[in-house]
Write a protein that binds this ligand. Structure first.
Ligand SMILES: [Zn+2]
Length: 214
């Protein structure tokens, strides 16, 4: 997993970001200079690729696999929303960006900031404790939540395990309605008799869920 400190923009990209930050809407700013416009697009592409890599190609909130999913399913996500004036200076801060699925970003995260404890003191914005949910960059997801999943053709099993004692696990699970994503369409009864590779796979997921859930 690439470290936060490893992220680097080219000189041109950094200059374009610097100019964008001086504008009213830094993230949506469109330069009339083609080179600058291109440099900003390149910076945004780099940010997305970097954050996808940090989470193995999965959504930072629900762990949906986004490998190959493309722009209709994947969003560059501003953790502190870019619309509020106090957060604007962090529109391009690498620690404030992540890659999320459309569902998490558009349906649940949106532009609110109820997940921030102190939304006024910017010295706390880089502190994990200032966030009610599992922060994509300051927290290790698997210390709070684990998504277990198997799919064979049209059959799926998806289980979320909340780590005992983690308040962030409970908050994140509720905030993104992760229970909606849980499913088990493998035939459990069949799994008890003859072990087909499919039911065996589902049984493995159920076993792991039990194992982690303590
Ligand atoms: Zn998601």
């Amino acid at each position: 997993m690439p470290a936060l400190d490893d992220f680097q923009l080219s000189v041109e990209e950094a200059a374009a970001v610097g100019k964008a930050l001086e504008t009213e809407k830094p993230w949506d700013w469109k330069s009339e200079d083609q080179n600058e416009l291109q440099a900003l697009k390149s910076a945004k592409d780099k940010i997305l690729a970097y954050h996808l890599a940090r989470h193995g190609g999965n959504c930072c909130y629900c762990r949906l696999n986004l490998n190959g999913a493309g722009p209709y399913m994947t969003d560059r996500e501003h953790i502190l929303p870019k619309g509020k004036p106090v957060y604007k200076p962090f529109s391009y801060a690498i620690w404030n960006l992540a890659a999320a699925c459309k569902r998490c970003n558009m349906q649940f995260k949106r532009s609110g900031d109820g997940f921030v404890l102190d939304a006024d003191d910017s010295t706390k914005f880089q502190d994990s404790n200032n966030y009610r949910f599992v922060h994509p960059n300051f927290d290790a997801y698997s210390e709070h939540l684990i998504r277990l999943e198997a799919q064979v053709d049209t059959k799926n099993i998806v289980v979320f395990v909340k780590k005992a004692g983690s308040e962030k696990a409970i908050y994140t699970h509720d905030f993104f309605a992760l229970h909606e994503l849980q499913v088990d369409s493998f035939d459990k009864a069949q799994g008890l008799e003859g072990e087909t590779p499919e039911t065996d796979l589902a049984a493995k997921v159920r076993r792991l869920a039990k194992q982690f859930d303590q």
